[in-house]
Design a protein around this ligand. Sequence first.
Ligand code: MEV
Length: 438
Amino acid sequence: MPNTISGFSKLTKSEKIEWLLDSYFTEKDNARTLVESYWNSDEKLQKLHDEFIENTITNYYLPLGVAPNFLINDTFYAIPMAIEESSVVAAASKASKFWLERGGFKAKVISTEKIGQVHFTYKGDFNKLKAFFKHVKPKLISDTASMTKSMERRGGGILNIKLRNKSEDLPNYYQLHATFETMDAMGANFINTCLEQFATTFKSEALQFEDFNDEEKHLSIVMSILSNFVPNCLVRAEVSCKIEDLKSKDIPNPEEFAQKFKQAIDIAKIEPYRAVTHNKGIMNGIDAVVLATGNDFRAVEAGVHAYAAKDGKYTSLTHCSIENGNFKFWIEIPLALGTVGGLTSIHPLVKFALQMLQKPTAKDLMKIVAVAGLAQNFGAVKSLTTTGIQEGHMKMHLMNILNQFEATDIEKSELIKHFKTNVVSHSSVVDAIENLRK
Ligand code: MEV
């Protein structure tokens, strides 16, 4: 049974599948049928998806759901969410409705600066390096002119380049630390292209810098890459209302609710074990919208969690205050997002999602995504501090268990009715299915 192969990428899709079936599957026909059943019958569409990555064998579906009724800065949005976890879209929809009746969400972009670095080593006099940097900086910028032209036309470009001495942390280590404005693009390609040009110019100019001795001339570029830590690409979203206005079917005692809710946020501020789960709940909302809009959720995840730990201790990304009878709940997070470039103009469902959001600018999308995170966190903390999370969670999970047992539509509707008044757990659902089938 072979389990390694060379030249895999050169095989056709069917050959790749056959190799996998021969190597790892006993029920080959079933496995083949499964993989092929996920192919799209529209060959052009399938080819488009095949070519997003290498070695594609089929498509991997995630549900695309919608959370409607989001009022953000007085505009209504139906928010697209791509996510597998039951209860996330339902919680977002519930939170949007709750705040719709209380003035909606307010959001604003605080800053939009992106960062990239050229990491290099240099053995020599730092003052000479500083002089060289001053000398070469205009050329670093002018050598990227052809790359920055169209970005500049759109209002963006290189904001600044600084030399940073990191040699106390790591011997001989220095950086060119550059900042960028990338407008509606996430900007990864633009930034990396500029950085690689900076590196080329920096290296070749160093060889000709007269004040450098031979070793100094041969400074060495280690790598050039954008940073996904974007603490100056920040957005804030907020909800607020009078405490008494929090009263609703689920919140009979708003004063008690507000105090307990704030305690939950305060706990997440000081207790990292709680903060991580608290922020995970926020990312349930954020990632789902980031994914639906064709953005890079890994970049967002990395940047957001780094931001949560920026003061040396991992803490909550949301904040709550109770002052003069007012309840305020807000989030401040870094989000490097794009609404042009990347998948945004090629993935049909991403185009559909952006259309649903009324063709947002990157700044609009930052606000929408931050609101989705805040709404999700509101829903989670509200449940946690009132009914507990399992009630809603298991109700949504019920469908997964029913599908696992291949319940028919009639069985599903019977059992959904049954579990309106009974506690859902894996075993109680299994018992109920068995009883029904007796
Ligand atoms: C589950 O996906 C997310 C929660 O655990 C978030 C939280 O605890 O705040 C419910």
